[in-house]
Every structure is written in C-alpha cells, then in structure tokens.
Design a protein around this ligand. Structure first.
Ligand SMILES: O=c1ccn([C@@H]2O[C@H](COP(=O)(O)OP(=O)(O)O[C@H]3O[C@H](CO)[C@@H](O)[C@H](O)[C@H]3O)[C@@H](O)[C@H]2O)c(=O)[nH]1
Ligand SMILES: [Mn+2]
Length: 482
C-alpha cells in the first residue's frame, strides 16, 4: 500500500501576474495573456433552489477577479422556468452596480447576501472616504433587488393571467363573428390553454406554470439567451459622480458611485435551458454539464471550465487565478482538473453532524493529492476543456525514467500507453503534428463549429513556451491580441 503523504500546496499570484499581465514593449497596456475561462452554474428547480440564491452565485462569478474579456458565465436551468430566466436578467442588471462596487473597494466575499450579512466590521482596512456612502447606496440597491426577485413569481403569474384574459376575449370575439357570419346560434364555451407569457408578449418556450404538452418539465424546446453580451476588449471606465447626479426636487444629490477609476465591463452571461423530450434520459446534472460544454464551445470556447452548483459561490475573488496557477505552471498541461475544497455556511455551532466535512476536504483530499490526485466531488472544480472531450493527456509516450525500474508517477503514462487500444477509447493528440481534425470520430456530432473549436481550445490552454522543459507551449502574448 502506498504511504499517505498529504500535500499542502501554495500559489503565488504575483508570479502569475508577472508572467501574464506585465506591460512589455509588445504589450504596452499589460493586457492579460491568461486563457479564457467558462463558468457553469446548474440549477434545476426554482421552488427548491431559490432564484435569489442562484442570483447571488452569479453575482459572485461576474465580480470575480479575472480578465473580464476572458470570463464567461453560463447558467443551466433544468427547470426551464421563466422565473429563473427573469431572476437571471435581474441579476445581470444589478451586476452593473454590484461588480464595479466590488472592484472599487476590494469587497470580499462578492456574494452580496453573504457580504451584507458579515458579522465583522465592514469598515476595517477601508480608507476611501466615499466607501461609507457607496456601501450604504449598494445596500439599498441590494435590498431593492431582493424585493424585485421576490416579487417575480407573482409578477409573472399576474402578467400571464392578464395576457390569458386578453387571448380569451379575442377568441370569444372571433367566435361571435364567425357564428354571426354563419348564422349559427350555438356557441361552445372556449378553452384556451393557460400559457406562461414573457414580458414581450410571447409564449415562454420552456416549462409553463400550468403545464401543457410541449411545456412541461421534461418536455420543452431548448432556450439560449445571452443576458450580458461579450464585453469590449479594452477597459471601459465609468463616469465620475460629478457628471452623474440624481435629482431630487431639482437639487442634485451625489448619490451615484464615482466610477471614473473603475473598469465597468461585465463578463458574458448566458442562460441555457437544454431541450428535453419525454422518453429520453436527460442524466440530470451530468447531462446539463454536457449541454453547457457544447454550447460554450461555440460561444466563448474557454480552454478552462469551472462548475458550481447554484447554492455555492466564490468565497475568494482570486480563486480563479489561484486555480490558473496550477494549470499554467510548468507541467501544468498534465493537469486535468483542480478541485477546490467546499466550505459551508449556516451549520450549527457545535457541528453535531460533522457537516463541515473537515476530514474529507482537509485530510482525505490532501492525502489523495499525495498519491495520484484528489477526486472530483461534483462541483467547484476547474477543468481543462480538452480533457473533458476524452483526449489522452498530452504526454502519454513512454519517457526514459531516471531510476531504472521506478516507482514514481512516470510509470503511469507507460502503462496507459500499453493498454490504450484495449481499455480506453481516448483520442490521441499527436504530439508532433498537432490535431488532425479528419480523424475525429463521430462522437462530437455533426457540428463543424464544435469540431473546429477543439484545437483552438487545446492551443489556448497550453502553458507558455518560456522554458526548455515546456515542450508544446504557446508563445507568450499569443492571447493578448484581440
Ligand atoms: O436534473 C437536474 C438535477 C440537479 N441539477 C443540479 O445539480 C446540482 C446538485 O444537485 P443537488 O440535488 O443539489 O445535489 P446535492 O446532493 O445537494 O449535491 C451533491 O451532489 C452534487 C452532484 O452530484 C454535487 O455537485 C454536490 O457538490 C454535492 O453536494 C444542483 O446545482 C442542481 O441544480 C441539475 O442541473 N439538473
Ligand atoms: Mn445541493
């Protein structure tokens, strides 16, 4: 049995910054050379998973400290619910004040609900004189946002009822006209199925409040809606409070945040509800993740993917950068995924039921890291996109080991290579010629957009070729050009 050898790892964010974001003659503004990152959030039921919680998750993602133009967020709604859709739209709109506020004042955590519920002194280490005013302003905005989210179920129901009444009236009128034309006195009562209506006066394509065929939980069309479009390539600074007054009875009040030094761009946000039909097994969260992998490949195609459940959030706005330290390090191209630990809120003080899971996250996972690596726990995991496509790791060839018969990790590639044909159907990534698209099997389906996106993601996910030991690295600066 191998001995347990728990590993503690540390990251150095300064080194990451120096390597990828320091201005140079070829990159005068220090535009980021970090790879793209797609964040997936899954939700399935607005009754059991309150949209306010999902919205908070989304806000913590949109406010994460990562180059805005490299970050995209995808929400998968397996409930196909208009409520979730509209809550995400509200979150996107609230993000336009929340995210600049977080950036301006270095707020942590960037989940508003948790931030405003913090027990510790919010003014600790805050020196900007406008912090008090900005925080008060944001608190009010957030409270109003919460009320809007909580009012959504009712608003949607009332709107749907109003549209329904209008439709019924229309139908009755038409029936009367037809009856009059045909001189037919017999009028049958009209039954129109109760639809769920969107604000623009069209039918919601997903699940309806009153289910009808084609609009039930497991039976509806696919929906993709971009809620925040991809940001501009260069930073956009906000307006200063001098130019931006609110007026109360003709008197300007300086209530609006001064954002003249803050990049106000937001990452792309996409709502996805995959198509569902009766008779198919949709494989719950796994199926949702697969749908997002495909959808994101043709939209932002981030070479890295991180997934979160709707009731989880980023506690640390730098977490994505920390994950990237492992992926972009020398030898990082051999890493398939980086699993983040989970921490829990709202557990009873004595933790009678061991809900903190300390043994699992702080002992078992570290020990596994000393063997072959921790296991994937289903969420909070940063993946290399190409690894999810079923490719072999880039270096599966037998390498000469320093110790004749060795017991170190380098034996695994040899064993894998030998059993390759029989055991796995992994795709080979040719080390010398790169990828040969024509050899890709049908398993990717017929979308040529998807197939073409694969080698792009592979190239962009490589570490920098700034050291002789990095064999297939990409040249520095390859990603900072728009
Ligand atoms: O048809 C479904 C069903 C679930 N989900 C999502 O899957 C996630 C997890 O589902 P949940 O029912 O909350 O499972 P839990 O038991 O709470 O979560 C455990 O199991 C999950 C999946 O295996 C892991 O992601 C979690 O970390 C782990 O705590 C949630 O975001 C759901 O919205 C879907 O997207 N589609
Ligand atoms: Mn859960």
């Amino acid at each position: 049995l191998p001995k347990l050898c728990p590993v503690n790892r540390a990251t150095d964010l300064t080194v990451l910054k120096e390597k990828f974001e320091i201005p140079s003659p070829s990159n005068p503004t220090g535009k980021s050379d970090l790879p793209g990152l797609d964040i997936f959030v899954s939700t399935a039921d607005p009754e059991k998973e309150p949209p306010l919680v999902t919205a908070n998750t989304i806000l913590s993602i949109l406010a994460a400290d990562y180059p805005v133009e490299k970050l995209s967020c995808y929400v998968s709604d397996d409930g196909g619910a208009l409520l979730t859709f509209e809550a995400m739209a509200e979150a996107a709109s609230f993000a336009s004040v929340w995210v600049p506020f977080c950036r301006k004042h270095g707020i942590e955590p960037r989940n508003p609900e948790s931030y405003f519920a913090l027990k510790k002194d919010p003014y600790k280490n805050k020196v900007r004189p406008d912090f008090v005013r900005d925080r008060r302003r944001l608190k009010r905005e957030y409270d109003e946002f919460k009320v809007r989210i909580n009012a959504l179920p009712d608003a949607i129901r009332r709107r749907s009822d109003a549209y329904h009444a209008r439709e019924e009236l229309k139908a009755v009128r038409q029936q009367r006209q037809e009856a009059a034309a045909a001189k037919d006195a017999l009028l049958e009562p009209i039954k129109i199925p109760k639809a769920t209506w969107m604000a623009d006066g069209t039918h919601w394509p997903g699940t309806w409040i009153h289910p009808t065929s084609e609009h039930t939980r497991g039976d509806h069309a696919g929906i993709i809606q971009v809620m925040l479009k991809p940001p501009a390539e260069e930073p956009i600074f906000g307006i200063s409070s001098d130019d931006n007054h609110e007026e109360v009875e003709g008197q300007p009040i300086p209530g609006v945040l001064d954002l003249s030094e803050v990049d106000v761009r937001l990452p792309m946000l996409v709502y996805v509800s995959r198509e569902k039909r009766p008779g198919y097994d949709h494989n719950k969260k796994a199926g949702a993740m697969n749908a997002l992998v495909r959808a994101s490949a043709v939209m932002s195609n981030g070479p890295f993917i991180l997934n979160l459940d709707c009731d989880h959030y980023f506690y640390n706005s730098l977490a994505l950068r920390e994950g990237m330290c492992f992926m972009m390090d020398r030898g990082g191209d051999r890493i398939c995924y980086v699993q983040f630990p989970q921490r829990f809120e709202g557990i009873d003080p004595s933790d009678r039921y061991a809900n903190h899971n300390t043994v699992f996250f702080d002992v078992n996972m570290r020990a596994l890291d000393g063997l072959q690596g921790p296991v994937y726990v289903g969420t909070g995991c940063l993946f290399r996109r190409i690894a999810l496509y079923g490719f072999d790791p880039p270096r599966t060839k037998i390498r000469s080991s320093p110790c004749g018969r060795c017991c170190c990790g380098c034996c695994f590639p040899a064993r894998r290579a030998a059993s390759h044909d029989v055991e796995t159907h992994a795709l080979r990534m040719d080390e010398d010629d790169g990828m040969n698209l024509s050899s890709f099997p049908r398993k990717f389906g017929n979308s040529s957009f998807l197939i073409d996106s694969i080698p792009v993601a592979e190239f962009q996910g490589r570490p920098l070729a700034d050291h002789p030991s990095v064999k297939n690295g990409r040249p520095p600066g390859a990603l900072h050009i728009a």
